[in-house]
Design a protein. Sequence first.
Length: 398
Amino acid sequence: VTGPGRGDATGPVVGVVGGGQLARMLAEAASPLGVHLRVLAGPGDEGAPEVVADTVTGAADDEAALRSFAAGVDVLTFDHENVDHGVLRRIESAGTPVRPGVATLEFSDKAHQRRAFDAAGLPVPPYSVVDPVADRAAATVTAVAFADAHGGGLVAKASRGGYDGRGVWMLSSSEVADFVADYDGAPLVLEPRLDLRCEVAVLVARRPSGEVRTWPVLETVQVDGMCDEVLLPAPVEPALAERAGEVAGRVAEVTGAVGVLAVELFVVVDGDGPTVLVNEIAPRVHNSGHLTIEGCRTSQFEQHLRAVLDWPLGPTDATAPAAVMANVVGVAGVDPRRRQELALAEVPEAHVHLYGKTPRPARKIGHVTVLGDDLPAVRRRAGLAADLLSGAVEGSGA
Ligand SMILES: Nc1ncnc2c1ncn2[C@@H]1O[C@H](COP(=O)(O)OP(=O)(O)OP(=O)(O)O)[C@@H](O)[C@H]1O
Ligand SMILES: [Mg+2]
């Protein structure tokens, strides 16, 4: 297989599979480091192609395209993980490091995650895995028994292919049997609907030679199953923050992660007080970490590049007493690319990140980060800037 080669790149070439906003922000971090970033963008991808000069168009599920792309880079990494693992193994055998590796990418599957974390003694919610497509009768019996055992509401999650709350269904116990009877996707993880005190995320970076850095614990606020805001510091006591960091470090070990890994945790209260449970992980840079760009001494994007290149990692401490990220979510008929001036007029301290994506309802098309001293005030400012950009609210001068 012959690839595009190194072209005129002098520094290391990092290849990114997928051309969305994560690739775009990796490119923004690569530039000052003198790292040459090359993106393999799918034909419909928006985000990276607009700003990454070295964008190659090709489908991530086209083996020839992927192998040819990989042959010309020093290390291969990901904007998304919808890639055939067999192809990635062949790419590794052909000599291009794939980071994170296939064993870590397997953890994109929620059923695999649950089982592996449970087996490793990590705290996870009660769960059951059923496969209605393989055996509908058995799946129904198991699901109904699980619902009876736990009472109250249930959450069913597609083990693969879900994101932003797509692939997550909140069910009452009486709906379970019908749901399983009609469902025809990937195996389901079932869990009780938990009473969450809040949700937090811990980002961890690990390099192949073993160095690990963990960012401060972040609070993630979800609306309709989708991350809406991220707050630093998270409203958890020091002992719980320490526990969350420990759990995330163990997750990085268990998954053998290289690069950035995001660990989403539920904070629940049990007999002994508040504690954390691992909800899910993502083996890559993640929406919960966007505020690290301005809010921490090393951003998740720079750290990911350093980690996959096996370079020394940077400090992760917060740069301000408070930082809040608010997502800019699409509103029909409004384009934030015509609303920057309006938003900045009202919130001049906003760090605006628009991804160059066509607005569609419920689609994440940008985010805003605001830093300051007082978390509630910072949160209001970030929310206002995001709403002005998305068109959810009009400006006072409009
Ligand atoms: N067992 C549960 N109990 C209560 N709420 C839950 C439960 N499972 C999920 N949720 C809510 O639904 C949200 C989405 O669930 P999850 O993180 O599994 O799905 P996702 O679609 O993969 O998420 P993402 O938005 O991170 O892509 C969680 O952040 C949480 O707010
Ligand atoms: Mg999630």
